[in-house]
Design a protein around this ligand. Structure first.
Ligand SMILES: C[S@@+](CC[C@H](N)C(=O)[O-])C[C@H]1O[C@@H](n2cnc3c(N)ncnc32)[C@H](O)[C@@H]1O
Length: 247
């Protein structure tokens, strides 16, 4: 029995950053990519986040949390079969998200199956920027980000990076913090800290505190933690890291 494969050129895959939550913080390019896709692939939560863009003719492939490589493979397979695919992520598509596993699969494939698929990345507003906007201007000077997720990175390495980060005196934004934000109590007690939960989503929370008074129960997987540098100040409830104009 011959199985007919779809004829014609390979399709396309756009890896789309939807922004932190609200549609007002989604870029027009991201909205267009989702609207024009034949198939939309993503975690349940991110399919919900795109629901205002989806029409009845579109196929939707929902995934539970985890399974990043499987999600990327399904998206690439659909595109290799000639479909126009959008793989949706929260925030930015390249920041702790689906762009890198997709490119890793492409590298592994060496052009055998996915060589003709047109792959592109559509950027989005990442959580650190959404959180910073709610806190004031904590990222006004140099900063770095660290993810505390130890699913793929050994905790020893994460701890070493945190230690090194603490020594740089840069502002540090922590993604995937869970209750491990506690690690930062090794820093100065007066250092300002902003905790932003569910930025631009229902249930948004913003807390400005200090490392000494950090309540780790306010920190979970839907929060971003912004830890100031030695120059970060709190003015009228806003965190500000000066660029130096006033001096
Ligand atoms: C797997 S990472 C995905 C990051 C995403 N690609 C981005 O650019 O924002 C998930 C982590 O991002 C942070 N995060 C994502 N969306 C957020 C939001 N709306 N408010 C606060 N933190 C958020 C949390 O730290 C969460 O644990």
């Amino acid at each position: 029995v011959a199985i007919a494969r779809r004829a014609g050129p390979a399709g396309s895959l756009q890896i789309v950053g939807l922004g932190p939550g609200a549609s007002t913080q989604r870029t027009p390019q991201a909205s267009t990519a989702v609207r024009q896709a034949e198939v939309v692939v993503g975690l349940d939560a991110y399919i919900e986040q795109s629901s205002d863009l989806l029409g009845p003719s579109q196929e939707v492939r929902r995934f539970p949390i985890g399974a990043e490589v499987e999600r990327a493979r399904v998206a690439l397979d659909l595109a290799a079969d000639g479909r126009r695919v959008a793989l949706v992520c929260s925030g930015d598509a390249g920041v702790y998200a689906m762009a890198s596993p997709t490119f890793e699969l492409l590298e592994e494939d060496r052009g055998r199956r996915y060589g003709d698929v047109e792959v592109s990345v559509v950027p989005g507003v990442t959580a650190s920027l959404a959180a910073a906007a709610l806190l004031g201007a904590p990222l006004g000077h140099d900063f770095l980000t660290v993810s505390l997720s130890d699913l793929l990175t050994p905790w020893d390495l994460i701890e070493a990076r945190l230690q090194a980060a603490a020594e740089t005196d840069l502002v540090v934004v922590i993604y995937n913090p869970r209750s491990r934000a506690r690690t930062w109590q090794l820093e100065g007690a007066d250092t300002p800290v902003g905790i932003v939960g569910d930025a631009a989503r229902d249930g948004q929370r913003v807390v400005v505190t200090t490392l000494g008074q950090l309540d780790c129960t306010a920190v979970n997987m839907t929060t971003c933690v912004v830890i100031g540098s030695s120059t970060t100040r709190v003015e009228g409830g806003r965190m500000v890291t000066p660029r130096g104009y006033a001096t």
